[in-house]
Design a protein around this ligand. Structure first.
Ligand SMILES: [Zn+2]
Length: 284
């Protein structure tokens, strides 16, 4: 597996905001000796225009938008292109027979019509859209603790895509209470914990198997963790290698893109997930 990353993704921050530069920096520090890294490269505006409207892209470029969670910071357009580009790189790495993981910020899965929920461009959507244009069937599994309303909106009723999301409900953004067409939602009660979560995951993976995708894309968020300040799904650290190995057992070409996860333990959550996914589970 190769990790796509650039330290430049740590250059922006609104002080006090939970989506902070230390998230990716601390993950990098933990993972750098364990996996090969490759430099993330920004994608073109044309790439993001495959899923976002020209108006949306222009508003991000010119910082002409307002969302209290998603500040219009200096150069955020460049950082958003960098994160979307790394998602494409992770996808292409997987298509070439490897496995790619994008360790970048900002996250993306809430973005479709406008920047919101810490997300500017929909990174996984941009990468999946490229595979779909090549005629591939893509399943997107969203294990971030929030519903990926942006990703759902981008691919709703697209025959080439299956979107599957497990998320706390009720919670931000308030969507994902039920499945619609090709978007399968698994709303989970606060406090669900490892056992019930892993059962729901197993059910959702059966739907992915039935879809028979050419490619599996993971929106890998870690705000499902018990110490996460934003959600209350109460997963322990031990859940993450299990989640990873359930995904591994599908035996599909798979890439993953970092979404949320705001606790100080994010690096350990990511590391545990990667060990399960890559089948390199290490004793504690
Ligand atoms: Zn989230």
């Amino acid at each position: 597996m190769r990790i796509f990353y650039s330290p430049r993704c740590q250059e922006y921050w609104l002080p006090g905001h939970p989506e902070a530069p230390g998230r990716t920096l601390r993950c990098y520090e933990l993972l750098k000796s364990r996996y090969p890294f490759a430099e993330a490269k920004g994608c073109s505006e044309e790439d993001v225009l495959q899923v976002h409207s020209p108006k949306h892209v222009q508003r991000v470029r010119e910082r002409q938008f307002y969302d209290p969670d998603t500040p219009a910071l200096q150069d955020v357009y460049r950082y958003a292109l960098l994160a979307a580009g790394a998602a494409i790189q992770a996808m292409e790495e997987t298509r070439q027979g490897g496995a790619g993981f994008s360790l970048m910020r900002p996250p993306g899965h809430h973005s479709s019509g406008q920047p919101k929920g810490f997300c500017y461009f929909n990174n996984i959507g941009v990468a999946a859209a490229r595979a779909v244009r090549r005629g591939e069937r893509v399943a997107i599994l969203d294990i971030d603790g929030h519903h990926g309303d942006g990703t759902e909106a981008l691919f709703l009723r697209n025959d080439h895509v299956l979107y599957v999301s497990l998320h706390q409900y009720p919670a931000y953004p308030g969507t994902g209470a039920r499945s619609i067409d090709n978007c399968l939602n698994y709303p989970l009660a606060p406090g669900i914990g490892d056992l019930a979560y892993l059962t729901e995951l197993e059910n959702s993976l059966r739907q992915i198997q039935t879809f028979k995708p050419d490619l599996l894309a993971i929106s890998a968020g870690f705000d499902t963790y018990q110490k996460d300040p934003l959600l209350h799904l109460d997963l322990s650290l031990e859940a993450y290698p299990e989640i990873g190995s359930q995904i591994r057992s599908l035996n599909l070409p798979t890439f993953a893109v970092l979404e949320g996860g705001y606790s100080p333990d994010l690096p350990r959550c990511v590391d545990s997930f990667l060990q399960g996914w890559q089948g390199t589970r290490m004793p504690e």
